[in-house]
Design a protein around this ligand. Structure first.
Ligand SMILES: [Zn+2]
Ligand SMILES: [Zn+2]
Length: 241
């Protein structure tokens, strides 16, 4: 399985990465990638989120680099935060008008003021079966509503940082034409989750979620999970053919 695109990576505009845009592109080209989406954390994350005011700056920076690297297609993306349980994500109308690839995922630390209860339940789900049951209900509802209410290209690391009912998530991903991610940097989707998702007409993407330059395009562990789970190659959107 040879990956020719990487649709999940972070730059210095995320609080948890120092990657310069041009270094990202150079590494992606060196890795033989034909397309990337640079997907910094949505602004509603108190620790890692981009500054809303930086967004036009990010676009200008990417636009200026595009002509220098015609061998690769560079998309300006975002890793939006799934907020609350009613299907909200932190993409403003202005951002929507310039985004070319919309990832969305659940993260601890997003919109602390409103979502502290959600984060607490997900934390407790590691220690209590009852909390886990409730957390699965809550996270699944949030993810399903987010897919139904927004034009999301891909759900990042489904089930990481908060447990989900993969059966329902995969069903709605198929219905809304949303890609599910097999993420190199996190253990989700896991082999077992991929196998459940395969019951539905879902597409997958295998991505690095790189926060450092050396990890751009690095997907060996995620590819291994896809192989073990037996994902047909035509269900993976970023494979070379
Ligand atoms: Zn993430
Ligand atoms: Zn990420």
């Amino acid at each position: 399985m040879k990956i020719i695109a990487d649709y999940h990576m972070h730059s210095k505009y995320s609080g948890d990465s120092k990657n310069e845009m041009e270094d990202i592109i150079k590494k992606a080209v060196a890795m033989g990638l034909k397309e990337i989406a640079i997907t910094d954390h949505g602004p509603a994350h108190d620790g890692y989120g981009i500054k809303r005011s930086d967004y036009p700056k990010i676009k200008a920076e990417i636009d200026a680099l595009k002509p220098k690297y015609p061998q690769i297609n560079i998309r300006l993306g975002l890793e939006a935060n799934i907020l609350g349980t009613e299907g909200k994500i932190d993409v403003t109308e202005e951002m929507k008008s310039i985004i070319e690839w919309t990832n969305a995922g659940y993260h601890f630390g997003s919109d602390i003021t409103h979502d502290i209860g959600i984060h607490f339940l997900n934390f407790m789900s590691k220690f209590s079966k009852n909390a886990r049951r409730k957390a699965i209900k809550q996270n699944t509802k949030a993810m399903v509503n987010a897919m139904r209410n927004n034009d999301i290209t891909m759900i990042t690391h489904p089930g990481d940082k908060g447990p989900i009912d993969i059966e329902e998530v995969a069903m709605v991903a198929a219905e809304t034409n949303t890609i599910l991610e097999i993420n190199q940097s996190h253990g989700h989707l896991s082999v077992a989750e991929i196998q459940v998702a395969l019951k539905y007409d879902v597409k997958f993407a295998i991505n690095s979620d790189a926060h450092t330059i050396e990890n751009i395009g690095r997907v060996d562990k995620a590819v291994e999970r896809a192989k073990i789970a037996g994902v047909p190659e035509d269900k993976i959107v970023n494979l070379g053919r």
